[in-house]
Design a protein around this ligand. Structure first.
Ligand code: IMP
Length: 435
């Protein structure tokens, strides 16, 4: 069972971190392949709360190989502070590796992200303002600064100069910002590079070696399919590809190294930031789900928009990622909501219906989910550890999803705790094969 990709099948925040953390126990390597510190996840271990934005889930297993792949954009200040925090708490992070080819988020990227959003006004995307978009733009424009550049002061200074020059006009309002001084920036980043140096590596060959030996590599995606820059609800997306195909590019392996693709989806839907959301519940029920589900961003603290499960979008995510199975998280949040609804097609203007996810933005922006009703349940499900133990209606809800998508349900989250997870036989098989 060598290569297993874990991706978000919705708009991010599906609980991938917990799934990867559980799989990491058996994994020989966990590698993140895209995104940056726009992502965030919380892991509770032995009553201690750990919040990560960049470090891969899995770092809490002593010495576990955890790589930040070439496809990730790294804010070195954020990464060093995560490393400091883990060391302070005496976590063994000797297994951390950072790709020398990963790109760096620079101070001007953060400022450009903020300025860009401010300029868009009402049309803003609602980015996390962490500089993600401008950093990926520079990467594509071949003006990016990579992790390896931190290790050579002369190269670093030249590259910072070359990257800032074309932005001079846009950065004019920040001209006096000391963060943007070439010398100060070069010196600050040189020092950060010095601190990160022990972890900087050529990460792709680490994955190749483990795959060759038949070990388990878990490819950890960030954000979700509907935020994908190519396949999501453009332009209300992030600037990378959270879909499974990008695991190959962002970690440096070929498609033949991928054996399984697990999608993670909540039992309902959420979205942070602006953009289409056909099953949004802009009412008291939506508010209640937000409260029970604790739907506030780990990174920005923003309230997430909530809605019914959107099976049209989820079937699209199944195809785009080639999902081999689905992990359904937070099923417990739906306890007591009766009846439940799920969207099985979209309704457009003038009575039009759409069975498949529409590519056209004008349709998508006006689409509303055509909802069907499914019976809810009232029993507390947090103690269930197998599908059979779930109330009949909860089982039917999962069966309906699985039949609609044509893929098996692999795991089901029934509470926030690490052990509050149902492992189906298919998921257990992966765990056993890797052990
Ligand atoms: P950016 O990735 O900061 O450029 O933000 C672009 C869009 O993606 C915004 O709507 C963000 O709210 C959203 N986004 C980025 N990262 C995450 C995430 O980890 N979870 C949920 N939404 C995210």
């Amino acid at each position: 069972m060598p290569g297993l990709v874990v991706v978000g099948a919705q708009w991010g925040d599906e609980g991938k971190g917990k799934v990867v953390d559980l799989l990491a126990e058996q994994a020989d390597l966990v590698v993140r392949f895209q995104g940056g510190n726009n992502a965030g996840h919380t892991i509770v271990r032995d009553g201690e709360v750990y919040k990560f934005h960049l470090v891969p889930s899995g770092i809490l297993y002593p010495g576990k190989l955890c790589a930040i792949g070439n496809g990730v954009v790294v804010d070195p200040k954020v990464l060093t502070s995560e490393i400091d925090d883990l060391r302070r708490r005496r976590i063994d992070i000797s297994g951390l590796r950072i790709s020398a080819n990963s790109h760096l988020i620079m101070p001007y990227h953060r400022l450009l992200d903020q300025a860009g959003e401010a300029k868009l006004g009402k049309l803003q995307i609602g980015t996390t303002r962490r500089g993600i978009g401008p950093c990926y733009s520079d990467k594509a424009a071949r003006l990016g600064i990579r992790m390896q550049d931190l290790l050579d002061e002369k190269i670093l200074r030249k590259k910072i100069y070359a990257a800032m020059e074309p932005k001079r006009l846009t950065l004019r309002p920040f001209a006096k910002d000391p963060e943007l001084d070439l010398h100060t920036m070069t010196e600050e980043y040189r020092i950060l590079g010095h601190r990160l140096e022990p972890y900087i590596a050529d990460t792709a060959p680490i994955a190749w070696r483990i795959l060759d030996e038949g070990g388990l590599v878990v490819f950890e995606g960030a954000q979700g399919t509907m935020l994908d820059i190519d396949h999501g609800t453009y332009p209300f997306v992030t600037s990378s590809n959270p879909v499974a195909g990008s695991a190959c590019v962002g970690a440096g392996v070929g498609p033949r190294s991928i054996d399984e693709v697990w999608g993670v989806a909540k039992a309902y839907a959420t979205r942070v930031g602006a953009g289409p959301f056909p099953t949004e519940l802009d009412d008291e029920l939506g508010e209640a789900i937000r409260g029970v589900g604790g739907e506030f961003g780990t990174t920005t603290g923003r309230a997430r928009r909530t809605g019914w499960l959107d099976l049209v979008a989820l079937r699209y995510a199944t195809r785009v990622n080639g999902l081999t199975g689905l992990v359904v998280t937070k099923l417990d949040v739906l306890t007591g909501i009766d009846p439940l609804h799920v969207a099985v097609r979209y309704l457009g203007p003038e009575g039009a219906t759409f069975e498949e996810f529409p590519y056209h933005q004008s349709i998508l922006h006006k689409a509303r989910g055509d909802l069907i009703e499914l019976p809810g349940w009232h029993e507390n499900i947090s103690g269930c550890r197998s599908i059979d133990e779930l109330p009949r209606n909860a089982q039917s809800y999962l069966e309906y999803i699985s039949d609609f998508l044509g893929i098996p349900i692999l795991m089901v989250g029934v509470g926030p705790g690490r052990d509050e997870m149902i492992w189906t036989r298919a998921a257990e098989r992966v765990r056993a094969a890797a052990a």
